[in-house]
Design a protein around this ligand. Structure first.
Ligand code: KG4
Ligand code: ZN
Length: 327
């Protein structure tokens, strides 16, 4: 069964084709990063409009290897969580295409999509395993008891990890999205500053607002010139604190649950320092290839296969679910 997956929940317009939920056929992503960069974050109105412009060409490109729409058996589309207007563009498009082509369409939760990206790996993790999901909008730990059976162990009380990377990068004069440039800068710096590791000792919940504020205060204290001079050190020190907390809590979750496998998904999973710390832990680590960590259509197609098995049909009257959850 070949599924076309469509993703427009945030600032990536993406489409991908996956066979039987596990075999990647195509994955096309149009990033809006440059459009939103001047604003330092995603502008919802601009995002919806850009999805409208990009969705058709991105979908056509994703369908090319299977010879167009006739080459797929079903559609899958993200219905939440995400930006209301952006979700609406993708869902309306999916409904129209499914209706016109006489194909079934399935509703996908974006967070299950990030987890489903693991199924596209060579040698994916077998449930049960623990999963750390860290994106620009979410930071959570799950116990993946089985595919479709997720238990939420803890999540962020305020900012998401990716959001913290974006905000700190902005403070240091780096472009949006801040994760990649901040990681590059950190590679050339030393962890010279002591930043707080919020809630490190307490439970499996996260908090990143205090860490971001600590960096902001330090930047103010140093002043413009000194901040610019110490940029790499500031980046390295922030990164060490942020991914240190993520890794420590994820590894602790494994210990508490007796899980031997730990998966890391979402945009922040691309961070090499995070991977390094987790790989040094007492678990078998898993992460999707970088192009499947960030938002993409293939992960939606992979999750769509599971949604189809559960009969989660996209109702023609379905509305977006901006704050949908799993677990
Ligand atoms: O999963 P994703 O593409 O979109 C959401 O669902 O939010 O995640 C995007 C987030 C952004 O905040 C971005 O700065 C962050 O992931 N990110 C990174 C790295 N690459 C992307 N954060 C840290 N290190 C990276 N290498
Ligand atoms: Zn995402």
């Amino acid at each position: 069964m070949k599924i076309l997956g469509l993703e427009t929940s945030c600032d990536e317009t993406a489409a991908g084709v996956v066979e039987d939920g596990v075999r990647l056929i195509s994955n096309v992503v149009a990033s809006q990063a440059r459009l939103h960069a001047p604003y330092g974050g995603v502008v919802p109105e601009l995002a919806s409009r850009e999805h409208e412009v990009n969705l058709l060409p991105v979908t056509e490109a994703a369908l090319e290897p299977v010879g167009g729409l006739r080459g797929v058996d079903a559609l899958a589309v993200t219905v939440g969580p995400g930006l209301q207007g952006s979700l609406l563009v993708g869902m309306t498009f999916a409904k129209a295409v499914a209706h016109a082509a006489g194909l079934p369409a399935y509703a996908v939760n974006h967070l299950e999509g990030h987890l489903a990206a693991l199924r596209l790996m060579d040698g994916p993790p077998e449930p049960p395993f623990a999963a750390l999901l860290a994106t620009g909008g979410h930071t959570a730990l799950y116990d993946v008891v089985g595919w479709g059976d997720y238990r939420l162990l803890g999540e962020t009380r305020d900012d998401a990890a990716g959001e913290a990377f974006d905000k700190v990068a902005r403070l240091l004069g780096m472009p949006y999205p801040g994760g990649p440039p901040l990681e590059r800068a950190a590679a050339g710096g030393a962890t010279a500053f002591e930043f707080p590791r919020p809630m490190l000792g307490r439970g499996l919940s996260f908090s990143f607002a205090g860490l971001k504020t600590a960096v902001a205060l330090k930047v103010k204290e140093l002043g413009e010139e000194e901040t610019a001079r110490r940029r790499a050190d500031l980046a390295a020190s922030f990164q060490e604190a942020a991914v240190g907390v993520l890794a420590a809590k994820a590894l602790r979750a494994c210990e508490e649950l007796g899980r031997e496998r730990l998966a890391v998904v979402g945009g922040v999973a691309a961070n090499r320092r995070l991977r390094e710390i987790i790989a040094a832990g007492d678990v078998e680590p898993y992460w999707p290839p970088a192009e499947l960590c960030g938002d993409n259509g293939a992960m939606v197609a992979a999750a769509g296969f599971m949604a189809a098995a559960r009969g989660e049909v996209l109702d023609e009257a379905a509305d977006p679910a901006p704050s949908a959850a799993i677990g």
